[in-house]
Design a binder for this molecule. Sequence first.
Ligand code: BES
Ligand code: MN
Ligand code: MN
Length: 462
Amino acid sequence: MPKIANDLETFLTQHQSRIEEELFDFLRIPSVSAQPAHNADTRAAAEWVKRSLEQAGLAATIHETPGHPVVVGEWRGAGSRAPTVLVYGHYDVQPAEPLDLWTSPPFEPQVRDGRIYARGSVDDKGQLFLHIKALEAHLQTRSILPCNVVVIAEGEEEVGSENLEAFVERERKLLAANAVVISDSSMFAEGMPSILSSLRGLSYFQIDVQGPSGDLHSGMYGGAVVNPATALARIIASMHDENGHVAIEGFYDDVSPFPDKVIAGMRELPHTDAQFAREIGVTSLGGEKGFTTLEKLWTRPTCEVNGMLSGYTGDGAKTVLPAKAMAKVSCRLVPNQDPAKIARLFEAHVKKFTPDGVTVKVSYVHGGRPWRADLSGPIFDAARRALHAAFGRDPVIVGEGGSIPVVGDFQRILDAPVLLVGFGLPGENAHAPDEWMSVENFRVGTKAMAALWDEYAGKGAS
Ligand code: BES
Ligand code: MN
Ligand code: MN
């Protein structure tokens, strides 16, 4: 039975309250990457991470990009013959709106019922920070780590990581690693440590439909003019067939089926549709016919409306024929779909279904490639042992429907396997009001990631 080394365990237990105070400081910085009003806060968070890395015992630098900066921490004391691991996380957070739905303010962290409530607690400040503290445990107790470690923290993940691919290309020497470790995901259930075997990719669009040059009286003009809201509704309705398949021509051409073993593994996981539906407050589930819910979420591409806007939406009635209509639509992608190719197919589809009488513009907002792990090699073996040591049981292998754009880039540019091991929990409200991270998972996750370094170097306790 793998065990966490005593010195690390003792350090993390003794310093628990200081560590949690520090996390709260980090969570108080409103580093909302999407909102220019928070640019100074986002930079302050980068500087906070730099200081935190230095306090842990790493050398840290801030790198400018056309957007928010990248922070890099390095500890290379294990020498050039020892392996190097790259740890990635993001210090930016999603907007906190709507503020009135938060029980306590989003940037004033509060513990209730064993949960740390704050924007970014689980996505991803808490999970980035637990890695920094795991490294600190090694460096403060032993003055040494069993391998070289580079930490990279970005501030643009929640806005599509648009500058990160170029940064990784440019700094491939600095970032060169034998493996990449990321905690920016969730466990399948409480007490069930989880390793991710896949992420979906993304292509995100805005559709603008323009009709008459201004809003019109719906009685004087309605019936003789193409209504942009109706046109947009028909465009959107054309995107799926009656079985829930995406009806965009060529959409599935590059989809490569998941290995049978992975699908079989998904069927073993404890899941019931009834409970899942209850948790999210719907009367029944939907989607593509012929797939289980977990397959739909983890192995199938989608096309979803994220938002729509047109015409009069205020109190009462206003008889108006709107001049324009807008929708945000995104496709989640699976291996080996390419976000740029999907963008071409998507635009062609929209054009084909746009009636005469209105004009349409499709803008590509951002995207990221899908990713699939092969889950073999020393970093995965080390993770299994470290998670067993911390949680007392073997991890389960899960898929994921969300996206982390840089993961595919790391694998491709650095040619290194990526271990995704997350400590969130179902219902954590990532991106929503009342986001939380379990205090217990934060503590146990930190210990697990401290144990990871010993296990990776073959020096784990048992
Ligand atoms: N941490 C999430 C991705 C994620 C979500 C992983 C759930 C595992 C479980 C990440 O911060 C995120 O929100 N990604 C965005 C990417 C987009 C903005 C390009 C997403 O998936 O919507
Ligand atoms: Mn995240
Ligand atoms: Mn996120």
